[in-house]
Write a protein that binds this ligand. Structure first.
Ligand code: 45D
Length: 166
């Protein structure tokens, strides 16, 4: 199934990217919670998703300490050049989405650092949350792909960092 970009999703993804990394993470998790079980049924219809590849990256993240897990997620948002962010950048957009979904599930299962129970969304993030809830399912998926696609570092185009050897 293919999803075409709509202006609404584009505007909302720009607004999403304007939030700081922690607000993006918090909002993304609230979205995941809101979507609940409506995500799962889309999975069998997917053509370009590679569950084994998403899981391969997820399993590496799972082994990190909680602090490192959080840092990895911030690094993805800020496109910091690391081995894991480059691995992420090599995934297809739908596989990136599945990877984030795996992370959110890991938070619920206790293998990924949880959100502090009292964490508050900013006013801007809250407004965005309301708008996202108003989208239909297909627009939501388009938006999420727009959000996760540019994260990380694309290893096919990013210049090498001789200091890191990456
Ligand atoms: O201490 O076609 C803060 C597939 C700061 C199948 C924090 C699909 C304070 C194929 C940052 C708050 C299923 C892929 C801590 C389609 C602090 C297909 C931590 C659909 C600790 C369509 C915050 C997939 C953290 C979809 C750790 C729709 C936040 C997937 C982490 C949707 C947030 C996935 C995370 C979504 C959010 C994932 C990991 C919405 C993930 C959201």
């Amino acid at each position: 199934m293919t999803y075409t970009s709509s202006n609404t999703a584009t505007e909302l993804s720009t607004a999403f990217q304007a939030l700081d990394a922690d607000q993006q993470l918090a909002l993304f998790y609230f979205i995941y919670k809101e979507m609940g079980n409506s995500v799962t049924p889309a999975a069998p219809a997917a053509s370009t998703v590679s569950p084994e590849i998403a899981e391969g990256l997820f399993n590496q993240v799972k082994e990190l300490s909680h602090e490192e897990q959080l840092q990895l997620q911030r690094n993805l948002i800020y496109k910091q050049n690391t081995l894991l962010t480059r691995q992420y950048g090599a995934l297809s957009d739908t596989t990136k989405l599945l990877f984030w979904y795996n992370l959110a599930q890991g938070m619920d299962q206790g293998t990924i650092i949880p959100m502090p129970a009292d964490y508050q969304l900013s006013e801007a993030a809250n407004q965005l949350f309301t708008q996202i809830k108003g989208l239909d399912f297909e627009q939501q998926i388009t938006l999420f792909r727009d959000i996760v696609a540019p994260m990380g570092v694309d290893p096919t185009t990013a210049p090498q960092d001789p200091n890191l050897g990456l």
